[in-house]
Write a protein that binds this ligand. Structure first.
Ligand code: ATP
Ligand code: MG
Length: 551
């Protein structure tokens, strides 16, 4: 793991330093190049933090470029969500917003240049044949019978492809490199295909579209990118990236550097699979709090600070690995611990009646907002004769080491009084209806003059003052194990509690507010909240399973 804070540089920064030292580059320019065919996920966040982070560190700049060369799957909704997510993470591309589709004329120009240099040809083989002719990792490919067309014929056919004279798939333009190359990407890769599909930005202007490998390196070069940082699966494409740029008349030649993709346990991390979850209705939408999308993480309650800290801690690696989701949770817990106000809420209410407390009395007790933040101050919470506690904070016959409420036992109510259980009242079916207690008026504020000890401290809300709330609890999207993600889907990934009770101050908070519910975890108010009917998502519980094993 790399630790930027200690000043240890990762291999990408070392490569950049090297290029700066030998004067190859002056100002560092990076880019984040998403394809607008879905919402961004935490893997993209890693790439965003890396690219924008490096630009910042080196006082350079980072571009946002939509890689929109595939007209069929791309949508405006995705473009808008991507811009929103990058901004939300805390990064800004300034005036450097680009679209690969802005460069269609340039791509076309360079394709003709390759033809004129005898380095590209129009092929009539269909997709199936091209695949067969390509050979395998152990056997060289076979040369297409159309590979020897003259420059004039190639140029004429390519222009006619552009003019729409041929059907989809009837012809392609290919680079003329080496059908026997040990690198399959170099076996005359396709550069242009015919696709009579309108493009969201260029409309019907084009019916031929460039392939990714061709468009990407040229886009980088046009924009003056110095370091083109991408994921490991493009390592084998680097010779092609360099070949294109070496063979066209463009000056800038960015350096491609690869790092390992971020993967997390018990979730899916590809836009295609995430789209399946959304379109098949497994989740509420792209921003479902269970989704590893940035929109989902935001709605779940993750903060930009926590995601940036996570990305930094993960570092960059050259080898594939899967990061424990508990590590991501650790960083949001760490962040919210410092700043989330503490409040009380009861998820599974059990009525407690304090018999020796006056019938119509109410008191407003002082409660600290955050012991970790001196400036956070205090608030008042109401106390009265009838309260709710968590139903598992009472056991009629206490188990060993159970120190919470049970008959005859005294416990502390946080910020309030000591209470002792006197008896239990049951329903006809034997379930518990309510608990009866007596309180010690001398214990106001949660301590007594005789310093008598109690072993349990419970959270609670005043019944009459409390607000009903919907609480959504989450578990990982996937169960542990190996196999197809659809078979691993965790049916219990969401639990909805619709009659939780919260302290009254939580009745009308604006969506997106973070809290620590004492003893229960961190929560955020959800946009589904309505007047007097708040909805909260649990972000994470209080227990840190990652910090324990790793420190
Ligand atoms: P997916 O496979 O999830 O659809 P993608 O790589 O096709 O992802 P792009 O929109 O092409 O998505 O990616 C934009 C940038 O984000 C690329 O530079 C890509 O390398 C990077 N990226 C995508 N997934 C990850 C990941 N899991 N970890 C780190 N970087 C990633
Ligand atoms: Mg992609």
């Amino acid at each position: 793991m790399d630790d930027g804070k200690k000043g240890i540089k990762n291999f990408i920064e070392m490569a950049i330093d090297e290029d700066l030292a030998r004067g190859k580059v002056k100002q560092i320019v990076t880019r984040f190049p998403p394809e607008p065919n879905g919402y961004l996920h935490i893997g993209h966040a890693k790439s965003i933090c890396l690219n924008f982070g490096i630009a910042k560190k080196y006082q350079g700049r980072c571009h946002l470029r939509f890689d929109d060369t595939n007209p069929e799957k791309e949508e405006q909704e995705y473009i808008e969500s991507i811009e929103k997510d990058v901004h939300w993470l805390g990064f800004d591309w300034g005036e450097h917003l680009y679209y690969a589709s802005d460069y269609y004329e340039r791509f076309y120009f360079y394709a003709e240049e390759l033809i004129e240099k005898g380095l590209a040809y129009v092929d009539d083989l269909n997709a199936q044949e091209i695949r067969e002719y390509r050979g395998t990792l152990t056997a060289p490919g076979k040369v297409s019978p159309f590979r020897t067309r003259s420059l004039e014929e190639n140029l004429d056919l390519f222009r006619r492809m552009k003019a729409g004279e041929f059907k989809d798939g009837e012809k392609v333009l290919r680079a003329k490199i080496d059908m026997a190359s040990p690198n399959m990407n170099m076996r005359d890769p396709v550069i242009y295909r015919i696709k009579k599909t309108a493009h969201p930005r260029t409309g019907d202007k084009w019916c031929i579209y460039p392939m990714y490998d061709f468009a990407h390196c040229i886009s980088d070069a046009i924009e003056g990118i110095t370091h083109s940082i991408c994921t490991l699966e493009f390592e084998d494409h680097r010779p092609l990236y360099d070949w294109f740029l070496d063979n066209i008349s463009i000056e800038n030649h960015p350096r491609q550097i690869e790092f390992a993709r971020l993967n997390l346990t018990q979730t899916v991390m590809s836009k295609r699979r995430l789209l399946t979850l959304v379109s098949e209705g497994y989740v509420r939408g792209w921003d479902d709090p269970r989704m590893p999308t940035i929109a989902g993480l935001r709605r779940r309650g993750y903060t930009p600070e926590s995601i940036r800290a996570f990305a930094e801690a993960v570092g960059v690696a050259k080898a594939y690995s899967v990061v424990d989701s508990a590590m991501l949770e650790h960083f949001v817990r760490d962040d919210l611990n410092k700043r989330a106000p503490r409040v009380m809420g009861v998820l599974h209410p059990l009525k407690v009646i304090i018999d020796n407390y006056p019938q119509n009395k109410e008191e407003w007790l002082e409660a600290e907002n955050n012991p970790n933040d001196e400036d956070s101050g205090v608030r008042s919470v109401p106390f009265s004769r009838e309260i709710y506690i968590e139903d598992d904070d009472f056991m009629e016959i206490p188990a060993k080491k159970y120190f919470r409420l049970s008959p005859g036992r005294e416990v502390r109510l946080k910020h309030a009084y000591y209470i002792t259980c006197t008896h239990v009242v049951k329903n006809d079916d034997g379930t518990i209806k309510e608990i009866h207690c007596d309180y010690d008026p001398e214990s106001r504020g949660g301590w007594t003059a005789d310093e008598r000890k109690v072993r349990g401290t419970l959270h609670w809300v005043s019944a009459a003052h409390s607000v009903k709330a919907e609480i959504r609890l989450y578990e990982p999207l996937l169960r542990e194990g190996e196999g197809d993600f659809q078979e691993l889907l965790n049916e219990g990934s969401q639990t909805v509690i619709d009659d939780a009770r919260l302290e009254p101050g939580l009745g009308n908070v604006k969506p997106g507010s973070h809290f620590q519910f004492l003893r229960l975890g961190y929560f955020i108010s959800d946009p589904d909240s309505s007047d007097g009917r708040p909805v909260f998502n649990r972000i994470v519980g209080l227990k840190d399973t990652w910090a324990k094993v790793s420190r």
